[in-house]
Design a protein around this ligand. Structure first.
Ligand SMILES: [Zn+2]
Length: 206
């Protein structure tokens, strides 16, 4: 241990385990362009009331910029969402980049409050760093994962979908299943109410 080389200028990344907060008082006092690396690992991160991202891992570079700190990096996670074909839960891998600006609300040197600039429509949104000079990456990670979710998640590439699952499931004499299967196949719905959003091919008089 004693003879291990040390470098003041290339510090190891900060490792955050089930934590998304980093003290940035020091970085805020450094020159523009000064940077830190951080690695975050979270067992779980709620995306909203229903969805949870699991196995969240992120590599982040914090860079001092004139307005505050830029947090940029890549996040990977697994999110359970309904498969668009069969509606069963599907564990979908997400990997996405993000870059968010964080601005201090209290001057790190003077302790004076920094009044937020007037809202500017053309300016990108930013997050804030509180008076404790702690930068919380949670919202960056949460929003990045949500934006990284696929538009059409599948439980597996060749998911047969609900129609085949219904056709192949159980008793062919079950009338309700047969009707449902026909509806999903796009066949004649007859007088049945088509609640899948399609208009009936033709209306039989009323
Ligand atoms: Zn599926």
């Amino acid at each position: 241990m004693a003879n291990q080389p040390t470098s003041r200028f290339a510090p190891k990344p900060a490792r955050l385990s089930n934590d998304t907060t980093i003290h940035v008082a020091q970085l805020l006092q450094e020159v523009v362009g000064a940077a830190r690396q951080a690695r975050v690992a979270l067992d779980g991160l709620p995306l909203d009331e229903d969805a949870l991202a699991r196995g969240v891992e992120a590599e982040i570079k914090l860079t001092r910029i004139p307005a505050g700190i830029l947090a940029a990096g890549e996040v990977a996670a697994t999110v359970t969402v309904p498969c668009i074909r069969c509606l069963e839960d599907a564990a979908v891998p997400v990997r996405t980049d993000f870059a968010d600006e964080y601005r201090p609300t209290v001057d790190v040197m003077s302790g004076a409050e920094i009044s937020p600039e007037e809202a500017n429509e053309h300016e990108a949104e930013y997050f804030t760093i509180g008076g404790d000079h702690v930068l919380d990456l949670r919202e960056s990670l949460r929003q990045a994962i949500i934006l990284g979710l696929p538009m059409a998640p599948l439980c597996r590439e060749d998911c047969p979908g609900l129609a085949e699952a219904v056709d192949g499931a159980g008793d062919p004499d079950d009338g309700r299943l047969a009707v449902l299967g026909r509806l999903l196949d796009g066949g004649e719905a007859g007088d049945a109410v088509a609640d899948d959003g399609r208009k009936p091919a033709r209306r039989t008089g009323s």
